[in-house]
Design a protein around this ligand. Structure first.
Ligand SMILES: *Cc1c(COP(=O)(O)O)cnc(C)c1O
Length: 243
């Protein structure tokens, strides 16, 4: 093999030098997570295509998000409206088919920005927010897909509608929003076996004929897939630990 010392052909790909947590690692970890999703799905006779991977990019800078986009990934999750507003319009200008999921608890005074920015709002959890989203949708002339967030462990510090109130709230939202009310979402209690919670959410979605079941994060997405998740939200396992 020939080489000419000291010269680098102009076509040589530029190595990723962004450090141990650079964009190349992000692509590698994305491939790894995809494999694990496929394996978890196959283990229970499900098609990997029936599961959407939402890459949770909160606190993650644009270069890593861009690396994912270049690699063909399209679904991203952000938990703060303001951060999403500062990152995504620019990314969307270059990648119009990006799909932005808002996954954080939402104040009513941010509803209009959320409706303008998001493709999916996953944190619909109270009548006041439903009112604000409905009004914002009228003003903006667009209605994102909506998921009802269930406070699956009935934890006082967490957002989400309580389990006991979930059925009535979901029915009300279905009447109000029609097919835009696409499914349900949860974050189970941190130190408990998530499986019973995931199965409760799956059964809840089935009861109401809802197609989207958003559950499972970096540490438990395989369990969630075995329990019927149609969407998993994975952050640190792709992008590295958040500071
Ligand atoms: C941050 C976050 C995630 C991703 O968490 P990781 O543990 O980093 O995968 C998923 N869902 C919600 C609602 C989050 O806030």
């Amino acid at each position: 093999m020939q080489s000419s010392p000291g010269t680098v052909p102009a076509t040589e790909p530029v190595p990723d030098t962004a450090g141990s947590d650079g964009a190349a690692n992000v692509r590698g970890r994305l491939a790894e997570i995809r494999t694990r999703i496929s394996e978890a799905a196959s283990a229970v006779g499900r098609s990997p295509d029936s599961i959407t991977l939402v890459a949770v990019s909160k606190t993650v800078g644009r270069p890593k998000v861009e690396a994912m986009l270049v690699g063909g990934h399209r679904h991203f999750g952000e938990n703060r409206v303001q951060e999403a507003a500062s990152k995504f319009p620019e990314l969307r200008a270059r990648h119009p088919d990006v799909v932005l999921h808002l996954i954080g608890s939402l104040q009513t005074n941010k509803a209009r920005d959320a409706v303008r920015l998001a493709d999916v709002i996953e944190s619909l959890d109270r009548p006041k927010l439903a009112n604000a989203i409905e009004q914002a949708a009228g003003q903006e002339g667009r209605l994102p897909q909506l998921l009802v967030q269930v406070n699956i462990g009935d934890e006082p510090q967490k957002s989400g509608v309580l389990r006991a109130e979930a059925d009535a709230f979901i029915e009300g939202c279905m009447r109000r929003f029609g097919s835009a009310l696409a499914g349900v979402m949860c974050v189970p209690p941190a130190d408990a076996d998530p499986a019973p919670h995931f199965m409760w959410l799956r059964d809840c979605a089935r009861r109401h004929g809802l197609r989207v079941i958003s559950m499972g994060m970096s540490h438990d997405f395989e369990v969630a897939i075995r329990c019927g998740a149609t969407e998993v939200r994975v952050g640190s396992a792709i992008f590295g630990a958040r500071s």
